[in-house]
Design a protein around this ligand. Structure first.
Ligand code: CP
Ligand code: NVA
Length: 316
């Protein structure tokens, strides 16, 4: 069974086809024949809030001819202690795919292992791969030019990630950058440098030491093609808000920091943003800020991912 729990669940040779499918679906929105999810129901199990992920998946499933079923974790028996394994086995008898937003990354791995349907990671505390694939498509659309090599256009580019460099977005971008052949520099307070656990995971994926870490934001953005940031207080970390804002303040993406990247660099943020904290409003409003294009591409890329996983299941 093919799942999408981490960036490397698609191999390098599968990426050109996936990106081309996403672009085709974008161009022919609403005209995908035959509908890849016709007659299917895909369930979304969410333990955290969401705007982009929930809406883009629900709309995407509908546009592929399927039926989305949103399940708040607390409204199903999982929230009252039914095991992850039993939940996976039962839902596999009813629905054709699971899209899961949760805290522990091991939850999505356990659902995938116990069930018999594709599982997609819609964000865990560790990784947010749907966002990285949509972001990569957004950049490739600009760099490849009309009819160009989408995935190839990412190779050799540099991304700088500032702020909380031990969060799901930072980790996912490190893994994604390595998969896409990009360079990545992280800048943040040393207390929030990637953990030894993440380094071990990265090594296991074949990318040991695949990032630079610095406490100097200007060093990270030097020669960068993309400057990226995320909130300083991820969902579930609210109790640490005061301390996080204190230590991460020097890593805000200000107009001055953004100007120190390449002259044609793009600014990206997975959103939601907290203007005045991790990013200045002027940077969000900069003509080279592509935050809403990356949000839109969640829909097109996730449709391509679901269609591919559904097809792989049929062939299995
Ligand atoms: N970027 C992202 O995943 O947004 P949501 O939390 O709104 O889904
Ligand atoms: N790091 C953020 C990403 C939100 C899309 C969080 O986990 O809350």
């Amino acid at each position: 069974m093919k799942h999408f729990l981490k960036e490397t669940d698609f191999k390098a040779h599968e990426l050109p086809g996936l990106f081309a499918l996403a672009q085709n679906l974008k161009q022919g929105r609403g005209r995908h024949t035959p509908p890849a999810l016709a007659g299917q129901t895909w369930a979304l199990i969410f333990s955290k809030s969401s705007t982009r992920t929930r809406v883009s998946f629900e709309v995407g499933i509908h546009e592929l001819g399927g039926n989305p079923l949103f399940l708040n974790r607390n409204d199903i028996q999982l929230g009252r202690g039914e095991s992850i394994e039993d939940t996976a086995k039962v839902l596999s008898r009813f629905v054709h795919g699971l899209i899961v937003r949760t805290f522990d990354h091991s939850d999505v791995e356990r659902l995938a292992a116990a069930g018999s349907i594709p599982v997609i990671n819609a964000l865990t505390d560790f990784l947010h791969p749907c966002q990285i694939y949509a972001d990569a498509l957004t950049l490739a659309e600009r760099w490849a030019g009309a009819g160009g090599d989408l995935v190839g256009s990412l190779k050799g580019r540099k991304i700088a990630f500032l702020g909380d460099t031990a969060c799901n977005m930072a980790y996912s971008w490190v893994l994604g950058a390595n998969l896409f052949g990009m360079k990545i520099a992280l800048a943040g307070p040393k207390e929030f440098a990637p953990t030894a656990e993440f380094d071990a995971f990265l090594a296991k994926e074949g990318y040991a030491g695949g990032y630079e870490f610095t406490t100097d934001p200007f060093e990270a953005v030097k020669d960068a093609d993309v400057v990226y940031t995320d909130v300083w207080v991820s969902m579930g970390k609210e109790e640490e808000t005061k301390e996080r804002i204190r230590v991460m303040s020097p890593y805000a993406v200000t107009a001055k920091v953004f100007a120190a990247a390449k002259k044609d660099a793009f600014f990206m943020h997975c959103l939601p943003a907290h203007p005045g904290e991790e990013v200045e409003q002027a940077v969000l409003d900069n003509p080279r800020s592509i935050i809403f294009d990356e949000a839109e591409n969640r829909l097109h890329m996730q449709k391509a991912i679901m269609a591919t996983l559904a097809a792989a299941r049929t062939q299995a």
